[in-house]
Design a protein around this ligand. Structure first.
Ligand code: IMP
Ligand code: MG
Length: 189
């Protein structure tokens, strides 16, 4: 948990909607580098296929893959919970599916945030049915105490309090994905 850094505070155009900095840009980049080092070690003999869950994980994916020193492959899928509410409905719609075949691949799902866990639960079943050799999850954020389904998360960047946050890929009504830090959202819904 950090205070406003110069970079974070420079988002003057968003300040009226933003509260506390939950994870600063520096904390993110340090932790992403650590995760990359760990993944490099764990997957040394079997470079993973990284599956980015759009759109929220796009910043994380871009930074994380540059911290992995292996010949990884990447693919993207887009899912959306119905509606624009700040709570998930648990009903997931596949908006864009993968291009690559998962058969016998070591697949690592790169996700922005696990809140109820319903989205990830759905994705694991959906991708697990395609015969990957292994299927693991790297989530940037895990919301404390919010999970409604049990998840085994191989990698977690940060465990955060159960507040709605934006920035570093996370949005509210498609905005604020371009903030460098992860910040609580205090604007009107
Ligand atoms: P879950 O299904 O409840 O785990 O929610 C997962 C999805 O809801 C995430 O992948 C995000 O797209 C979205 N989400 C959950 N919490 C937040 C948040 O605090 N800010 C922005 N999006 C969120
Ligand atoms: Mg997401």
């Amino acid at each position: 948990m950090g205070s406003l850094s110069r970079d974070d505070a420079s988002a003057h155009w968003a300040n009226h909607d933003l509260g506390e900095v939950v994870v600063s840009a520096k904390e993110i980049s340090d932790r992403v580098a650590e995760l990359g080092r760990q993944i490099t070690l764990d997957y040394a003999d079997r470079p993973p296929l990284l599956v980015c869950v759009l759109k929220g994980a796009v910043n994380f994916m871009g930074d994380l893959m540059r911290c992995i020193e292996l010949p990884v492959e990447i693919d993207f899928m887009a899912v959306s919970s119905y509606g624009a509410a700040t709570k998930t409905s648990g009903v997931v719609r596949i908006v864009k599916d993968l291009d690559l075949d998962l058969t016998n691949r070591d697949v690592l799902i790169v996700e922005d945030v696990v809140d109820s866990g319903l989205t990830l639960n759905y994705l694991r079943q959906y991708l697990g049915a395609r015969s990957p050799r292994t299927l693991e999850v790297c989530a940037l954020l895990l919301k404390e105490g919010e999970q409604r389904v049990v998840q085994s998360l191989r990698y977690v960047g940060f465990t955060i309090p159960a507040h709605f946050v934006v920035g570093y890929g996370l949005d509210v009504n498609e905005k604020y994905r371009n903030l460098d830090a992860i910040v609580t959202y205090v604007g009107g819904a």
